[in-house]
Design a protein around this ligand. Structure first.
Ligand code: SAM
Length: 278
C-alpha cells in the first residue's frame, strides 16, 4: 500500500490588522495536525483570537536540523503541518526556507497560501512602475553606505525592510547617494496609525525627525532612477569637466575629447547642452 504523505502549508498572517487573515488560512490552521510557528507565544495569542486549537511547535531561524527532521518525518508519516511566522509571509525575511527546501527534497507537497506581505502591500501603494522591482529585505547593518551606493545603480523600484532605529541612517545614506530619487516610506501598514510618506530623502528625513517617527514598523520603497546619461556619456562629461576646469574653450575641449574617444564633436556639443539643462 502506498503511504500518503502529509503537506506543508505556508500560512501568511496579518501584519497589523487582524481582519487580514484569510478565511482559508484560518481553516488550514484549524485543520492542520500541527502548526510550526516562529514564536509560539506570539502565535498562540493570534490562534486564541480565531479559536484555533491545533497543537503548536516552534520553528525559527535558530532551530536545529533535528527540529527540521522531526517535522519532515511527521509529514512523511502523513501529518499536515502549517508554517506560520510572527507576521506576514513565512520565508520572506522570515524563517521557513530550510524547512521548505527539506520538504522539496523529500517529495513532500508544499502548498503556499496567498496573504499579507509588507513588501507587496507597500509596493502596491507606491505609484511607481512595477513591471520589475528588486526586493532587498534588510540591508546589512555593517556597510550600509556601500549597500546604498550599490542600490543607486538599480534603475527600477527597490523595496526593503528597515528597523525604526535605523531609518534616519538609511535616509541619510539615500540622501547622499540618491538625493533626487522619489521614496515612499510605508509606516505601520494596515494599523490604526498607518502612514504613507512620499518625497525625497532630505524631506523625509526632516519629517521623520520633526514628527519623532523613529518608531513603528517601516517598509521602504525606492522609486525608479532617472539615469539621464549612459556610462559612455558620463566618461565624455568627466573629460569635459576636467578640460573646461583647466580653462580650455568648449571648442578646444570638444576637439580634444573627440580625438581621445572617437565620439563625433557634434555629439559632444549635444551632450554638453543636455548636461547644462539638468
Ligand atoms: N515576512 C514578513 C512579510 O511578509 O512582510 C516580513 C518579516 S520581517 C522580519 C519584518 C519587517 O517587515 C519589519 O521590520 C518591517 O520592516 C516590515 N513590516 C512588517 N510589518 C509591517 C507593517 N505593518 N508596516 C510596515 N512594515 C512592516
Amino acid at each position: 500500500m502506498v503511504k500518503i504523505k502529509g503537506k506543508l502549508y505556508i500560512c501568511p498572517s496579518p501584519i497589523g490588522n487582524l481582519e487580514d487573515f484569510t478565511f482559508r488560512a484560518v481553516r488550514v490552521l484549524k485543520e492542520a495536525d500541527l502548526i510550526a510557528a516562529e514564536d509560539t507565544r506570539h502565535t498562540r495569542k493570534l490562534l486564541a483570537h480565531y479559536e484555533i486549537r491545533t497543537p503548536v511547535t516552534s520553528f525559527h531561524q535558530h532551530s536545529s536540523p533535528k527540529q527540521t527532521e522531526k517535522l519532515v518525518s511527521a509529514m512523511l508519516a502523513g501529518k499536515n503541518i502549517a508554517l506560520i511566522s510572527d507576521a506576514g509571509t513565512p520565508a520572506i525575511s522570515d524563517p521557513g526556507q530550510v524547512l521548505i527546501k527539506a520538504c522539496i527534497d523529500q517529495g513532500i507537497e508544499v502548498d503556499p497560501l496567498p496573504g499579507p506581505c509588507a513588501a507587496v502591500t507597500a509596493l502596491s501603494a507606491s505609484g511607481f512602475p512595477l513591471a520589475s522591482f528588486t526586493f532587498k529585505g534588510f540591508l546589512p547593518r555593517k556597510g550600509l553606505d556601500n549597500a546604498v551606493a550599490a542600490l543607486a545603480a538599480v534603475q527600477h523600484p527597490v523595496v526593503l525592510y528597515e528597523s525604526p532605529r535605523r531609518i534616519v541612517a538609511l535616509l541619510g545614506a539615500f540622501g547622499k547617494h540618491m538625493p533626487d530619487r522619489e521614496i515612499m516610506l510605508a509606516r505601520e501598514l494596515t494599523k490604526v496609525h498607518q502612514q504613507l510618506l512620499r518625497g525625497r530623502a532630505e524631506d523625509l528625513l526632516a519629517q521623520v525627525e520633526a514628527e519623532n517617527l523613529e518608531r513603528g514598523e517601516y517598509t521602504v520603497v525606492l522609486g525608479p532612477g532617472q539615469e539621464r546619461f549612459t556610462p559612455a556619456e558620463r566618461d565624455v562629461l568627466t573629460l569635459a569637466q576636467q578640460f573646461l576646469g583647466e580653462g580650455m574653450s568648449v571648442r578646444d575641449a570638444a576637439d580634444k575629447i573627440s580625438g581621445e574617444t572617437g565620439v563625433p564633436r557634434r555629439e559632444i556639443y549635444q551632450l554638453l547642452i543636455k548636461k547644462k539643462d539638468t
